[in-house]
Design a protein around this ligand. Structure first.
Ligand SMILES: *[C@@H]1O[C@H](CO)[C@@H](O)[C@H](O)[C@H]1NC(C)=O
Ligand SMILES: *[C@@H]1O[C@H](CO)[C@@H](O)[C@H](O)[C@H]1NC(C)=O
Ligand SMILES: *[C@@H]1O[C@H](CO)[C@@H](O)[C@H](O)[C@H]1NC(C)=O
Ligand SMILES: *[C@@H]1O[C@H](CO)[C@@H](O)[C@H](O)[C@H]1NC(C)=O
Ligand SMILES: *[C@@H]1O[C@H](CO)[C@@H](O)[C@H](O)[C@H]1NC(C)=O
Ligand SMILES: *[C@@H]1O[C@H](CO)[C@@H](O)[C@H](O)[C@H]1NC(C)=O
Ligand SMILES: *[C@@H]1O[C@H](CO)[C@@H](O)[C@H](O)[C@H]1NC(C)=O
Ligand SMILES: *[C@@H]1O[C@H](CO)[C@@H](O)[C@H](O)[C@H]1NC(C)=O
Length: 855
């Protein structure tokens, strides 16, 4: 699945790119006719001053004709005419030809781009006008009435869908409107990602990267897109239209008087379709797909389905079992599931309904208009290759047709709320077994339906409470400013990641709260500390308050006025990062919240000072315990095991459960902090990106990779992925168990380092010998062995053999799981370890940061 690891740099570049193209003065008109043209830095501005059309030149020396917002600073380009035919010799000219085509001419008067010849003859009144909705519309008589339209930019979207534009196909007019990403934030030529409609049994919107499907919206069943349950908002109207003539998606702003600016973008840097809203001086993305791992196209393989609320995420449909149980247990789900019992292929087969499902991909399914579900069932039984059926053309709760799949069922996921039932064809014996099991579970839980009713009622009340609370919250905010706000009512998916306000900072009279919190206040909501406050709290950065020295600068302990202790990480002044990048970085980190990650409380920006304020960890870092003669005695097995589990959960969150994928790259004992209760917290995540520029790249690589924790493919080839973090985790687990440093340990007699030694002990069946001899208490030996086995799996040579964190957590926590046998660990190997999971990797040399795999 074409997931990309990408540098944080890229989103930053977008901001930079969209704000730094030169801004042109305008000629005060919104249209050109056959006597007028625009050239050089002249532009057209729509009547209400909302959009502007003209030539723009991103860095790189090429010039394009595009449309951007006139009313907001910078150039957020929403449409490009000649994305494949840039102007090289400028100034360019845009003019209307006598035969009614728009032409872009270069300095030599050569045509570099033209709109198609109009299908109707234009009069001398013809003109092309930029309207306030962003549409550049050429009409034959200048009226702009629908009958007179000869050409319009809305019919040729680039990467952006504005309110009122359509995404889909118009069969009559032979238009296929798709969104294709820019190649890079400074290059509008078509990039790898395309979001477009695919017509099949049922229409569906699919996100492609090249030919590969990355994400699918779920088929449109008449009532909605079955994979987008949250397509509703008080601020927008969404519409999917499916008729014999045209099928499309479009949206509009609910309040016609609203000045809300919104754009829906195929964002190539994130690999996501995102809806942005202009709010408080910045674009915020408040809706994006794919959102979570279950959105990944076909994640669970044929006949499997994904449920984000379950661990593991993938399950087989009832009546099916993993095709390869071993791969399945290692979270490799691509193989999917196979029938437990073959179909009889006669009327003897039955159906089992699975509910709350995103429908399987329906491009190869068949839609039967007008059939009832019962007729559909008969039709399905009559065809041996029929696998499932479901209601279609649903409206007002009534279906006026059905859809039948005669292919493998792919890309299903289950939602907590009702989407739609799918009837799966199974051998009758399977149906009977499932019925018996259901009856049995009812017998054992006679009150189950009552319990469900109570749970439903209670959660209904809770939900109502939440909605009311959200509304109040929204009202409160809306009252302050009659503008769009990122409120829970419209931002359900972002809400869980909002940084909480530091409690000590919430009182209005609080001096530490800088009056001008970051301009992006709404999506950050992270306190800014004043430099004086920090200086006072750290006694002017005194040596006494210094508690450590990280790769990025010193760390101080500080006591705030209210007595709260915090840790202040002062980034070295060599940082060449701008405030914008820093804020972006901090925003990202602020969004990460997990019990096993150190919490960011706020930051401080003052001239060239950049500081991060974290919660203070009383027990310092893990290395000060496990490698300390005195303190390691205190770490009984139970505590060590809890620490291992905690780190595993924190890493699982970074890798698989947070909104963005983060590769830590420097997991080691000194980066795991322990709080008062010895709960481990991973620190330094994402800090890698705090340093930009070439010079710091080398620095980063030197510091980030800590020898002894680096996986062979990272150390040798600079290739890293989740699997290299998992390698570091394996090393860390062995260190926690043995109390020995991987790097410091070397058995000269046996010529072995810690991993080799652990492997030898394991192979010889004396894994228990690895245990730290100075450890107090009586350990649970089976848990010790399980941890060692998991650690050895994590440090395998071949990245693909290392389990993902989700499996690691599962293997560590389940006492009677059968674990795979580890192979020899990956140390001292040659350079050809190239079989990394390439979709998650990134070559290190020109890479400056933490890999983020935005989903
Ligand atoms: C726009 O073009 C005019 C005339 O060529 C020139 O005087 C002016 O400096 C230009 N403005 C910018 C911002 O390039
Ligand atoms: C381009 O066309 C314009 C107007 O037709 C003319 O004035 C100009 O000389 C032409 N330039 C070249 C390089 O042919
Ligand atoms: C436009 O006019 C030309 C001549 O005036 C004629 O030959 C042509 O058929 C017309 N085209 C359309 C699409 O009406
Ligand atoms: C998207 O649409 C453009 C025309 O608007 C077309 O040239 C391009 O091939 C389409 N891309 C895909 C992947 O369908
Ligand atoms: C089920 O069908 C497959 C192929 O159609 C066949 O290989 C397999 O042996 C069958 N299983 C049983 C139990 O009949
Ligand atoms: C649909 O059918 C086409 C042609 O047979 C095939 O290439 C494609 O893989 C099928 N798609 C799915 C999702 O099964
Ligand atoms: C869906 O049902 C409506 C109302 O019966 C009908 O007009 C329409 O043609 C149906 N659509 C399809 C795609 O069958
Ligand atoms: C069963 O469905 C497939 C796919 O739609 C079709 O090609 C085949 O002709 C059907 N078979 C029968 C017996 O209807």
């Amino acid at each position: 699945m074409g997931r990309r690891a990408l540098s944080l740099l890229i989103p930053i570049l977008i901001i930079v790119a969209t704000t730094t193209f030169f801004v042109s003065p305008s000629v005060a008109t919104d249209a050109i006719d056959q006597t007028a043209s625009i050239t050089g830095n002249q532009t057209l501005v729509s009547a209400g001053g909302i959009f502007e059309l003209g030539f723009f030149s991103p860095p790189g020396g090429r010039t394009y004709l595009g449309i951007w917002y006139a009313s907001i600073p910078g150039q957020t380009v929403v449409w490009v005419a000649n994305r494949q035919d840039p102007l090289v010799s400028t100034p360019g000219v845009l003019r209307l030809s006598p035969d009614g085509r728009l032409l872009i001419l270069d300095r030599q008067n050569a045509t570099v781009w033209s709109s198609p010849a109009p299908t109707r003859n234009l009069t001398t009144l013809a003109s092309a006008k930029l309207r306030d909705d962003g549409n550049f519309l050429l009409s034959s008589d200048g009226s702009g009435s629908p009958e007179s339209v000869a050409w319009q930019s809305f019919d040729y979207p680039t990467d952006t869908l504005l309110p009122g534009m359509k995404l889909g196909v118009d069969l009559r007019r032979r238009l296929a409107r798709n969104l294709t990403s820019w190649t890079s934030p400074t290059d509008p030529s078509p990039g790898p990602y395309t979001f477009k409609i695919v017509l099949g049994g049922l229409p569906e919107f699919i996100l492609f990267k090249g030919p590969a499907k990355i994400y699918a919206s779920g088929p449109y069943n008449g009532a909605g897109l079955t994979g987008v349950p949250d397509l509703r908002s008080p601020d927008f109207h969404f519409k999917v239209v499916s008729s014999p003539d045209e099928t499309y998606y479009s949206y509009s702003i609910a309040d016609p008087d609203s000045t809300l600016l919104s754009r829906f973008v195929m964002d190539g840097a994130a690999g996501q379709v995102q809806r942005f809203v202009w709010t408080n001086g910045a674009w915020s993305s408040f809706w994006y797909y794919p959102t979570d791992p279950c959105d990944s196209y076909g994640k669970c393989g044929p006949f499997g389905y994904c449920d984000i609320g379950q661990s593991p995420l993938c399950s087989c449909l009832p009546g099916f079992q993993p095709r390869s149980p071993q791969q399945w247990s290692l979270r490799d789900n691509a193989g999917g599931c196979a029938r437990t019992t073959n179909l009889s292929c006669g009327p003897g087969d039955g159906f089992w309904p699975v509910n709350r499902m995103k429908l399987p991909e329906a491009t190869n399914a068949t839609m039967y208009a007008g059939l009832t579900l019962d007729q559909c069932r008969q039709a399905c039984l009559a065809n041996c290759s029929c696998r499932a059926y479901s209601a279609a053309n649903v409206s007002g709760g009534v279906s006026r047709g059905c859809v039948v799949w005669t292919v493998d069922l792919l890309d299903m996921r289950q939602y907590p709320s009702v989407v739609q039932d799918v009837y799966i064809r199974l051998a009758q014996s399977e149906v009977d077994a499932l019925n018996a099991a259901a009856a049995n579970s009812r017998r054992h839980h006679p009150n189950r339906s009552l319990v469900i009713a109570i749970v439903a009622a209670v959660s209904g009340v809770l939900l109502l409470g939440l909605v009311v609370a959200c509304c109040c919250f929204w009202r409160k905010k809306a009252g302050k400013k009659r503008q769009f706000e990122n409120t829970p009512s419209s931002q359900g998916d972002v809400l869980p990641f909002r940084a909480r306000k530091h409690p000590a900072l919430s009182s209005p009279q609080d001096q530490r709260l800088d009056g001008n919190r970051m301009s992006t206040e709404n999506d950050l909501d992270l306190p800014l500390f004043d430099l004086e406050v920090i200086m006072a709290a750290t006694d002017n950065f005194s040596e006494d308050s210094k508690i450590g020295q990280g790769g990025f600068g010193p760390v101080y302990m500080a006591k705030l006025e209210d007595g709260q202790e915090v840790a202040v990480k002062r980034l070295s002044r060599r940082s060449v990062q701008g405030v914008g990048e820093f804020t972006n970085e901090v925003k990202l980190i602020a969004k990460l919240q997990h019990r096993n990650l150190v919490r960011l409380l706020g930051c401080c920006i003052d001239d060239d000072e950049r500081m991060l304020v974290y919660e203070f960890m009383h027990n310092n870092s893990l290395d000060t315990f496990i490698f300390d003669e005195g303190k390691r005695k205190l770490l009984e097995w139970k505590i060590r095991f809890e620490i291992i589990m905690g780190i595993a959960r924190g890493l699982l969150y970074l890798h698989e459960d947070s909104r963005v994928r983060i590769i830590h790259r420097d997991l080691k004992a000194s980066n795991v902090l322990l709080d008062r209760n010895m709960i481990p917290k991973i620190s330094d995540f994402g800090i890698a990106r705090m340093f930009g520029g070439d010079q710091t790249t080398a620095y980063t690589i030197k510091v980030i990779g800590t020898y002894g924790y680096m996986s062979p493919e990272y150390a040798m080839d600079g290739v890293f992925s989740m699997k290299s973090d998992i390698y570091s985790f394996g090393v860390l687990v062995l260190e926690i168990i043995t109390g020995k440093r991987n790097r410091g340990f070397y058995d000269h007699e046996l010529d072995l380092n810690l991993l080799g030694y652990a492997w030898m002990c394991w192979k010889e069946g004396r894994g228990v010998d690895l245990l730290d001899e100075s450890m107090g208490g009586k350990p649970d030996y089976s848990a010790v062995l399980r941890c060692i086995q998991v650690a050895l799996l994590c440090v395998e040579v071949h990245p693909r053999n290392r389990p993902l964190m989700s499996s690691v957590v599962m293997m560590l926590s389940s006492e009677n799981a059968t674990l795979p046998e580890p192979n020899e660990p990956g140390v001292n190997i040659g350079k050809n370890s190239s079989d990394t999971d390439s979709s998650h990797t990134h070559t290190g040399t020109n890479f400056t940061g933490t890999a983020i795999d935005a989903r």
